[in-house]
Design a protein around this ligand. Structure first.
Ligand code: ASP
Length: 345
């Protein structure tokens, strides 16, 4: 067997990890990749071949856009055969959206794509960025005894936990444990050793090639229900020109108020071909519309069950499916199927 030094491509998109403080305003601003690397001399101790690609200029992840997800897919595809794995340095604010989108766009992925970042810039003494970066690189290069990739998935590594990307949500704006995967356990936990739970990891279908996708349709919206929600607002939202799909955030196990007008508006939107997916406002658990009468009404209007999907995952999955110009029935079928480990059906 030919062995070679592990190789990892680091893609630096921006985010706190590489920011420095503007001496005049005190605000955090993006800096360049060399600055970031000079603060992690430990990387030289890996016997890995580490190359990098830098967004120019690096962005705060609040400025993330679907066309930049397409750019990331292009970078990964272009370099796919040359590296064992990929680490994407990304701001935490929209990291879960990017991880979710990439999980659908990188179909039949056979290499790790690990997103990470930090809550404190890498130049700061107490930074969490160093650990996150170093361990992410190790995970991106990790192989088992037979030389197989340990985690051929899009993941987020943050504060000792390796999480499936499309199951994550940012839950904390200040603590180091910024991400949670409420409905799926961590794929690995990093302590003295990195302990993988191999039974939880998804593997590609080896009879099929890796297939990158470059189309997304962002004509989607998230509508959160709340007591007092107004008809005029819902009605006009559902009639916005170009709107193709709605992620409806309902109560509990997928329940909505039994307002005649709400059911009517949803029904009418459904008849016009708008895809409406029901996910719960609860962090943990799954939608089960037939459980209560208040959920049953939604089911009858044609609302699709989103199971235990995160909002980020439901939204980007819809963008992905609509980008492929699928018809209503095809989108519905795919939303009810597990494409990349994003839902428990
Ligand atoms: N605003 C920053 C970003 O998401 C926060 C971070 O990096 O954690 O880019």
């Amino acid at each position: 067997m030919i062995t070679h030094n592990p190789s990892v491509l680091l893609i630096y998109t921006g985010g706190t990890i590489g920011m420095i403080e503007n001496p005049e305003t005190g605000a955090l601003e993006n800096f360049n990749f060399d600055h970031l690397m000079s603060h992690v001399p430990e990387l030289k101790r890996f016997n890995y071949r580490i190359a990098s690609y830098q967004f120019d200029p690096p962005i705060d992840s609040s400025d993330m856009e679907p066309n930049l997800w397409i750019k990331l897919v292009k970078i990964i595809n272009y370099n796919y055969d040359y590296y064992d794995g990929f680490v994407i340095l990304h701001g935490t604010d929209t990291m879960s959206y990017t991880a979710s989108a990439l999980s659908f766009m990188l179909e039949n992925l056979s290499k790790p794509v690990i997103l990470t970042g930090s809550q404190l810039p890498i130049g700061v003494l107490r930074t969490d960025g160093k650990e996150n970066l170093i361990t992410s690189i190790e995970i991106a290069a990790a192989k088992d005894e037979e030389g197989n990739t340990m985690v051929p998935e899009v993941c987020i590594f943050f504060e000792n936990h390796l999480l499936r990307g499309n199951r994550t949500t940012k839950i904390n704006a200040e603590n180091f444990n910024a991400f949670q995967s409420f409905n799926y356990p961590p794929l690995a936990v990093a302590g003295i050793h990195i302990k993988y739970d191999t039974s939880l990891v998804r593997h590609p279908d080896n009879s099929k090639p890796f297939k990158p996708h470059y189309v997304l349709d962002p004509n989607v919206v998230v509508l959160t229900l709340f007591p007092g929600i107004q008809r005029e607002i819902v009605a006009s939202l559902l009639k916005v020109k170009g709107l193709k799909a709605v992620v409806l955030k309902t109560y509990g196990s997928g329940n909505a108020p039994q307002l005649k007008w709400l059911i009517g508006e949803l029904n009418e939107a459904h008849k016009r071909g708008i895809v409406i997916v029901n996910i719960t406002q609860c962090s943990l658990g799954s939608v089960e519309m037939s459980r209560y009468e208040t959920g049953m009404h939604l089911l009858q209007t044609g609302v699709i069950c989103g199971y235990d999907s995160t909002m980020e995952s439901a939204l980007t999955k819809l963008m992905f499916l609509l980008g492929h110009k699928l018809n209503y029935q095809e989108v519905r079928k795919a939303m009810l199927s597990d494409l990349a480990g994003e839902i428990t059906v």
